[in-house]
Design a protein. Structure first.
Length: 83
């Protein structure tokens, strides 16, 4: 009986140690993300965050290219050219 109690107590202590280690890692990850957000906010002058900025430069280029393609197709249709 006492052998089972020792095994259970050891397993419980090990589980607690793993849980504390995971919690410490989670808190470290959250601190890292908070630091990244502060850095992005500081880079933008402190008034905007990454979400409020909207799409980035790459996304804008894709949208412009898409609009140019649509215009080209509409002009071809207007000129009677079959695509």
């Amino acid at each position: 009986m006492s052998e089972q109690i020792i095994i259970a107590a050891t397993a419980f202590a090990g589980l607690g140690l793993i849980a504390l280690t995971a919690l410490r890692g989670w808190q470290g990850w959250l601190a890292l993300k908070e630091h990244e957000l502060e850095r992005v906010t500081a880079d933008l002058g402190g008034s905007f965050n990454e979400i409020e900025r909207g799409p980035g430069i790459g996304m804008a280029r894709i949208e412009i290219a898409d609009l140019k393609e649509r215009i080209r197709k509409l002009e071809a249709i207007a000129n009677g050219v079959d695509l």
